[in-house]
Design a protein around this ligand. Structure first.
Ligand code: ADP
Ligand code: ZN
Ligand code: ZN
Length: 672
């Protein structure tokens, strides 16, 4: 009698283990079947899993093993490097392997009874084959430094302002990868950025089977594109963070554009950094990776600038703008202690806008806060609009007369009188985009004003309409949040005014200055093109602040050096490695005592290489009726931290917690 074969399967369940099954009688699997999906019984139901191993033996008596229902060969096997990537993700972020693996597949490949989709070829706007420009010397130099097609891992940090020609460098690298018979993966932070990039790629490489992968694709398209990547039809894949997991058997190049962008970090579920996984993937496959940005993350900058001992990334710099004669915008601070803003707008800024109106050029007023005002309050009794479910104010949205919580989505109509004392004179405090819009409309009644924030452009369709309006010159003044800051060419835009950036200077989050600098550089990048140099005006009470001074000089390296110096002094990342345990529960006491218990169980361990902070309430201490606490763990050694977390996470799982308590562990947290 032959011994039944054992199949080890990854399943999407929150358990840190794989599951063993028996291969059904009469079937026989070989190593070549590893990486196929399988259908298996699980409890009372069935599940789709991935065959990861055909082990010789199992701890469970073979007679007790259930048989797999079937093996699904409709899609090619997932390649070995995909297993290494998902395996690394699971171990580095301390997430169950099966959950990592299955969550990266298109939904229809995880479903027991997938809906049939019509097969359609991907479509791309016919842009006609696009002429490649003659490269600048700096572009040439960068390209000469990067080896594509040859074997060997190397990470490059391509630093250059918006318009410096980074994308053109990516295109040339992709061209080389194509010539070498290799696939390219291009990661971008935002769905909104994919259409223009796709159009540019499709125009340059009409025969490369370009596909995109992002969350706004319908399931049919997503699954079709994913398969095209896996079977090698697609030679170029453009996508947002989840696309880092796309199986690409012949991958030869990875590009991460806007590598500093926080959108590369998944903020729920498995909290991975797609940029960091991309670097792992390139190293694992022995291929080049290019990280591009005008304002690199300080982590990447430290890796490239050699300010620490590593110098692991090679730094490549594009100094000017690529197009002939295009100059960097002139950045100036408006001292609001002298030129006091009225309704949020200083006279210098108003004058500059007026000049643009007279010349039929566009202005952008930048404020990273949507709504009309962050709080509605009663001066008579001290009432203020706060969310019942969150430790936060309800934001006044006058456009549709609602009060809204930006954290939990709760909303209610604006009261006519004070809910506690009946006072009819409620006041709006602070300023959001809607209020600036109103002020501008009063000041410039003849101007066409367009507000762009998540309230006015939430869907991709709306966003595309907005971009078209701006590009057609059908708006004179734009009022917008950082949404507007990212990667679009607005040729008529010559003025950017940042009206209230100061708050970020003194924020409790020590990453706030980095984000502020990146944001302002990015909006500044919107201003001006070849024949019309741009101007950027920053309204501030602190015109001498080093951040603003670095912006005025377009001096990211100076800014980064100063920040890294401070980080090193304070022992913050990238000079330390961190993980955050967060817990939420209906009562803060429960969340904090859970965290205290987690901290206590670490004491039994060899954890002296790891430092613990105290369990504390999070800055937004209540959200959607749950109290939230956090516990920060830190080490000067990534390896020591990882070794510790591996043990600790299972101890934390064993803590008896109140049933309504939820917790998660985040490695390399970005937000505090
Ligand atoms: P980035 O990605 O750094 O913002 P792009 O590659 O998009 O820069 O280049 C900015 C603009 O300059 C684009 O319109 C692009 O077509 C153009 N461009 C890029 N490189 C060159 C070049 N060598 N000669 C002329 N124009 C160029
Ligand atoms: Zn009142
Ligand atoms: Zn709320």
């Amino acid at each position: 009698m032959t011994v039944p074969q054992i199949a080890r399967v990854a399943l999407d369940v929150p358990l840190r283990r794989l599951f063993d099954y028996r291969v059904a009688d009469g079937e026989s699997l070989s190593m070549a079947d590893i990486g196929y999906r399988v259908r298996v019984p699980f409890g009372q139901q069935h599940k789709i899993g991935i065959l990861v191993e055909l082990p010789e033996a199992t701890d469970i008596p073979i007679a007790q093993l259930k048989a797999i229902d079937g093996i699904l060969r409709d899609v090619p096997t997932l390649p070995p490097d995909w297993f290494r990537l998902t395996g690394f993700c699971a171990s580095y972020y301390h997430a169950p392997l099966g959950q990592v693996m299955l969550s990266t597949l298109p939904a229809s490949l995880r479903a027991l009874a997938p809906r049939r989709h019509r097969q359609r070829r991907p479509e791309h706007p016919l842009a006609g084959a696009q002429q490649a420009p003659v490269l600048t010397l700096e572009q040439e130099a960068s390209l000469a430094a990067i080896a594509v097609g040859a074997e060997g891992f190397r990470a490059y940090l391509l630093h250059g302002v918006t318009g410096s020609g980074k994308t053109e460098v990516y295109l040339r690298l992709i061209e080389r990868a194509l010539a070498a018979g290799r696939q390219s993966l291009l990661l971008v932070p935002e769905i909104n950025l994919t259409p223009q990039l796709e159009a540019r790629l499709a125009a340059r490489f009409p025969a490369a089977g370009l596909v995109s992968l992002h969350s706004e694709l319908g399931e049919a398209a997503r699954s079709r594109n994913w398969r095209a990547a896996l079977n090698g039809e697609a030679r170029i894949v453009v996508g947002t963070r989840l696309a880092v997991f796309t199986p690409l058997p012949e991958i030869g190049l990875i590009v991460v554009d806007e590598e500093h962008d926080a959108s590369f970090k998944q903020q729920d579920g498995i909290r991975y950094s797609a940029r960091d996984l991309a670097v792992f993937r390139a190293r694992d496959r022995g291929i080049p990776i290019v990280l591009g940005s005008a304002t690199p993350s300080l982590e990447s900058w430290a890796n490239a600038s050699g300010s620490d001992t590593s110098g692991r990334y090679r730094l490549l710099t594009l100094r000017g703008r690529a197009v002939d004669g295009a100059r960097l915008p002139l950045v100036r601070c408006i001292d609001t202690r002298v030129d006091k803003p009225r309704d949020g707008l200083s006279s210098t800024l108003l004058l500059a806008i007026e000049q643009r109106l007279a010349r039929a050029e566009q202005s952008l007023v930048f404020l990273n806060r949507r709504g009309y005002a962050p709080v509605l309050a009663c001066a008579a009794c001290g009432w203020s609009s706060s969310c019942q479910r969150c430790a936060a104010h309800l934001v006044l949205h006058l456009a549709d007369r609602r009060l809204r919580c930006h954290h939990c989505g709760y909303e209610t109509r604006v009261p006519k009188t004070c809910p506690t004392c009946g006072n009819q004179d409620l006041g709006a405090f602070g300023r959001g985009t809607q209020r600036i819009e109103v002020a501008l409309a009063e000041r410039f009644p003849q101007a066409r004003i367009l507000r762009v924030d998540r309230d006015s452009a939430s869907s991709r369709k709306q966003w595309e309409a907005v971009v078209e309006t701006i590009q057609n010159g059908a708006a004179d003044i734009l009022v917008g949040t950082q949404m507007l800051a990212k990667g679009h060419d607005f040729p008529k835009l010559t003025l950017v005014g940042a009206v209230a950036p100061d708050a970020a200077l003194f924020a409790a989050d020590w990453r706030a200055p980095e984000r502020l600098f990146a944001q302002l550089m990015q909006v500044a990048g919107r201003a001006g093109r070849a024949e019309r140099p741009g101007e950027v005006l920053i309204q501030t009470q602190y015109p001498d602040h080093p951040i603003y001074q670095a912006l005025v000089r377009h001096d990211y390296p100076a800014f980064a050096a100063a920040q890294l110096g401070e980080r090193q002094q304070a022992g913050f990342p990238p000079y330390a490695y961190q993980a955050m345990l967060r817990a939420e529960a209906p009562r803060m006491a429960d969340a904090l005592s859970f965290l205290a218990a987690a901290r206590a169980c670490s004491l039994h361990d060899d954890s002296h290489s790891v430092t613990f902070y105290d369990p504390v309430p999070m800055r937004l201490s209540r959200r959607a009726s749950l109290e939230r606490g956090q516990l920060l763990v830190e080490s000067s050694s990534r390896r020591a931290l990882q070794r510790f977390l591996g043990v600790w996470v299972t101890q934390v799982e064993a803590i008896r917690a109140p049933s309504r308590l939820r917790w998660h562990l985040e490695v390399d947290p970005l937000e505090f």
